[in-house]
Write a protein that binds this ligand. Structure first.
Ligand code: UTP
Length: 404
């Protein structure tokens, strides 16, 4: 076994790891061999990033005005689906939150000022508003990572699931992929361990399948899954009006979007690519696309995604056999250097490989773009200070009447 592994490492130009492996005492050698044999090393040779893109065209949203005019009908349809047990929610909480620089699961961050108010708690409070309105629990699936799973579960348990029903919360762990330094070389995270990181938020459905969560989904006859990021403290989860609008539209997916603050805003925009729903990144847009307007003056590429999607479960099954594109993200990642010292970098130093939830949208036949008011629904906590930070999220929470 070990010779097969070292041969493969040499073939992949990872001679330093092969040599390190051979230098280890027996027990460590065995466990590192086992770890490497489980890793998907194809990422090392995959041609990543710059995917070949198709022809883009605009995808206009159901506007806030249109939603207001139909709110009560949409809401009733959504509540009905929730009461019939057709809706589940999936929290993506496996990220490393490296920009925030908080060494624990991001949801454990206390956003309160004169009281404790954790990010997880904000999200559960938002969901509780819906379950109270519906008079029914919504199964909540929480995706964690190998590193933060135990802490996340314990935290929820210690806080009594923040008033949610523990029987309706299901934790599952996403997979890991190896990380590489700027020369494409594998790194160590401990003497007998190759450094790995969570494989991005695009693997959530595949991880639900591998961990047996899809059995829960099927047994409960859940038809729709609302997937959302852990770090938006104003996130509306299983929003009945959104669910109702998507169901009534007959579409197989929906995405909450916000109108851009200005044409140049750096957000991924929901659009069509070769006639299918897709997200174009701000850096992929031509100048013509950035400034193009519809007859009524609205920007043609106006609607930024906020990582809140609704997917029809039967249409997700077919995505299990598709390989999503792999993106490289440059991050601050701890590692062990050749001298055996642990290094905690101040600046990004290594690449992790990720698939992205937004690439699941491209696999859907269609998608309802559903416009929401960003000042009421979008307060991401990405950084310590500045844009999308603890400060901006606190300000938005206060503006929405949430005491801190
Ligand atoms: P981000 O792309 O902001 O990544 O995640 P991150 O790891 O949380 O933070 P940085 O970039 O290191 O600062 C967006 C959402 O996707 C989840 C995150 O938890 C967050 O809800 N995510 C991200 C996962 O669940 N798994 C991953 O592997 C990556």
């Amino acid at each position: 076994m070990i010779y097969k592994i070292t041969e493969m490492l040499n073939m992949l130009h990872q001679e330093h790891i092969a040599a390190h492996l051979l230098s280890l005492p027996d027990a460590e050698q065995r466990s590192m061999t086992a770890q490497i044999s489980e890793l998907d090393l194809s990422v090392l040779s995959a041609a990543q990033t710059n995917q070949q893109r198709g022809a883009f065209s605009p995808l206009l949203a159901t506007t806030r005005r249109e939603i207001e005019q139909n709110r009560s009908r949409f809401t009733e349809i959504g509540l009905d689906a929730i009461r019939s047990g057709k809706v589940g929610a999936v929290m993506l909480a496996g990220g490393q939150g490296s920009r925030l620089g908080f060494d624990r699961p991001k949801g454990m961050f206390n956003i309160g000022v004169s009281r404790e108010l954790y990010i997880f708690e904000c999200l559960v409070n938002n969901l509780l508003e819906v379950t109270k309105q519906a008079g029914a629990w919504i199964p909540l699936f929480i995706m964690t990572s190998v590193d933060n799973n135990r802490e996340t579960r314990d935290f929820f348990e210690e806080h009594n699931y923040f008033g949610y029903s523990g029987d309706n919360i299901f934790f599952f762990v996403q997979e890991q992929l190896p990380t590489v330094d700027t020369n494409g070389k594998l790194m160590l995270s401990a003497k007998g361990t190759v450094s790995t990181a969570p494989n991005g938020n695009g693997g959530w459905y595949a991880s639900m399948s591998k961990t047996g969560m899809l059995k829960v989904v099927r047994d409960a006859k859940i038809e729709w899954l609302n997937v959302f990021a852990v770090d938006n403290v104003l996130q509306r989860i299983a929003d009945p009006c959104f669910i109702g609008a998507v169901i009534e539209s007959g579409k197989v997916s929906g995405a909450k979007v916000v109108a851009k603050a200005e044409p140049e805003e750096r957000v991924g925009v929901l659009c069509l690519e070769d006639g299918k729903p897709s997200i174009v990144e701000y850096y992929e847009m031509t100048d013509e696309m950035v400034h193009r307007r519809e007859a009524d003056g609205t920007l043609s590429y106006n609607y930024g995604v906020i990582l809140n999607y609704l997917f029809r479960v039967d249409r997700l099954d077919q995505t299990l056999s598709v390989k999503l594109p792999l993106h490289r993200a440059f991050k601050k990642l701890k590692y062990m250097n050749a001298a055996g010292e642990m290094i905690v970098p101040d600046e990004p130093n290594a690449y992790k490989f990720e698939t992205l939830a937004l690439d699941m949208v491209r696999l859907q036949e269609n998608c309802l773009a559903y416009e929401v008011d960003r000042s009421r629904e979008f307060a991401p906590v990405k950084n310590r200070t500045g844009t999308d930070s603890i400060d901006t999220a606190r300000e938005l929470l206060l503006r929405n009447g949430i005491a801190l």
